[in-house]
Design a protein around this ligand. Structure first.
Ligand SMILES: [Zn+2]
Length: 492
């Protein structure tokens, strides 16, 4: 570029008038080409690194439908200025985005919305006015939206998050009762009422001092009775305290957890194992499993704890399959909470990683329930941790009978998800997804089943070893409303 003008200048000084005019034209042409080239270069540069002429490029749109809520995430390199408007008749949400590239957004939303989304029926984008692109969500009913932004973390850039909650959230206790009713009253069976008095959702020992508290006794009878059904019913009424196990599939939605070399995501295997664990627990008389998530969506750590408390869970089991610093690390381990430090550097490292789930999954800090956080902070966990350790040892022992253990002893660290003050809670690292051999095991259905049965045996053993274990009543755990239909005995 420099040589051109230099040659032109020399020729200009030495040539005649005609030649000078020709040269002037040539120089003008050269300059105009130069200007065009510069503008083009700037444009292409912008398309890669900053807002193009059309605005900020939307890198990705992700939709995570779930009964709890549907989350819509827009990811971009820079943050997006936005405004949200709720419109009635029909119900819609209108999201206006400032200086966003329409094409990239239109491309990203195409085909993303599933028919089964519980809250969104249709999604469309349009150029609303200069500088504003409009996203319209047609809704299936009344909703409560929340919108917030997340700063870049991990592999993610800036995220604009729209969470669409139902206007009337489903009562987890009622949902649980409905499911339990459906499960326990198949049409072929005689009405349960004939078999004994109705059982309250939770039979507290002080209310029914004569009733069996620990479930192992009646279950032993039932198991024996399964192979050869005895015609004689037990003398005691066929009621027993139902043990509720909250099963927590680690990660989900925006938070994939760890990744295996073959691309397996931790959030997928944890859900598969959690569902199997629920199935084997539900098949146990007097026991039921409740999943903290049953789909690919994100549940904040504190919500997982809160969900378990709302259904008055007796135990909390969080399922994981993390990666480890060393790729050849292998084997299962079981963790409990520690209020003071971790039992090893590895345990501390893992707890830190797990607690980062909220950052990656994305929590709306503006509305984070302060009351909830306070409830969890104010209560001493010492007694619960002792019970958690007992449960962890029983489960670790059973898992050790089916696979290699990473460590023979139960470890402790400050896992946020294990902080229910009144529910013995453990975190099971089923295997290391970072180890290729274990990655394939995690994807193996037979192995998932084996694991589920081992955890169940551990839970059973926990109650057999500690028959006096009752759930301490702390804080204002919700009482079952009188209108709630009681759960009937699962004991045949
Ligand atoms: Zn994990």
């Amino acid at each position: 570029m420099r040589i051109g003008p230099e040659i032109a200048r020399r020729l200009f000084l030495s040539g005649n008038l005609l030649l000078k005019l020709v040269l002037l034209g040539f120089v003008a042409l050269l300059l105009s080409q130069l200007v065009v080239a510069t503008v083009r270069a700037q444009d292409s540069g912008r398309a890669v690194s900053g807002p193009a002429r059309g605005g900020e490029t939307v890198r990705a749109v992700r939709i995570w439908p779930a009964q709890d809520y549907t989350r819509v995430t827009l990811e971009s390199k820079a943050s997006i200025a936005h405004s949200l408007l709720a419109v009635k008749n029909p119900e819609r949400l209108v999201l206006d985005l400032q200086d966003v590239d329409y094409q990239s957004l239109a491309q990203e939303i195409a085909g993303k919305l599933g028919n089964d989304d519980p809250y969104i029926s249709a999604l469309r984008a349009g150029r609303f006015k200069p500088g504003v692109v409009r996203l319209v969500f047609d809704l299936k009913g009344e909703v409560k939206p929340q919108i917030f932004t997340l700063k870049p973390v991990g592999e993610y850039g800036h995220r604009l998050v729209l969470d669409i909650y139902p206007a009337k959230p489903a009562d987890p206790l009622m949902a649980l009762l409905d499911k339990t009713d459906a499960k326990e009253t198949p049409p072929a069976e005689p009405p349960r009422e004939a078999q004994g008095p109705p059982l309250p959702l939770r039979m507290e020992p002080e209310v029914h001092p004569g009733a069996p508290i620990a479930p192992q006794e009646p279950r032993a009878e039932t198991r024996a009775g399964k192979s050869a059904p005895a015609p004689a019913e037990p003398a005691k009424p066929a009621v027993q305290r139902l043990v509720t196990v909250a099963i927590d599939a680690g990660h989900g939605g925006e938070d994939p957890g760890a990744r295996g070399r073959r691309g397996t995501q931790e959030k997928q295997v944890t859900l598969m194992i959690a569902r199997r664990l629920k199935a084997v627990i539900d098949a146990e008389p007097g026991m039921r499993g409740v999943l903290t998530r049953d789909g690919d969506y994100f549940v904040p750590l504190v919500m997982r704890v809160e969900k378990a408390r709302r259904v008055k869970a007796d135990l909390f089991v969080s399922i994981h399959a993390d990666a480890f610093i060393k790729p050849h690390a292998r084997g299962s381990s079981v963790f409990a909470l520690s209020e003071r430090g971790a039992t090893s550097a590895a345990a501390r490292w893992l707890a830190k990683r797990e607690n980062a789930a909220d950052l990656i999954g994305g929590v709306n800090l503006d509305v984070k329930d302060k009351h909830l956080a306070q409830t969890l902070l104010d209560l001493s966990q010492t007694a619960t941790i002792q019970d958690s350790l007992k449960l962890a040892r029983s489960v670790l022992g059973e898992i050790g009978s089916i696979t290699t253990l990473h460590k023979e002893a139960v470890e402790q660290a400050g896992f946020a998800v294990l902080k229910a003050p009144d529910i013995p809670s453990i975190l099971v690292e089923t295997a290391f997804i970072s180890n290729p051999e274990e990655e394939s095991k995690l994807n193996d259905e037979a192995y998932q089943d084996k694991l589920a049965h081992a955890v169940l045996r551990g839970i059973r053993r926990h109650f057999t070893r500690n028959p006096s274990l009752t759930r301490p009543i702390v804080a204002a755990a919700p009482r079952v409303p009188a209108s709630v239909k009681p759960i009937l005995a699962a004991n045949p």
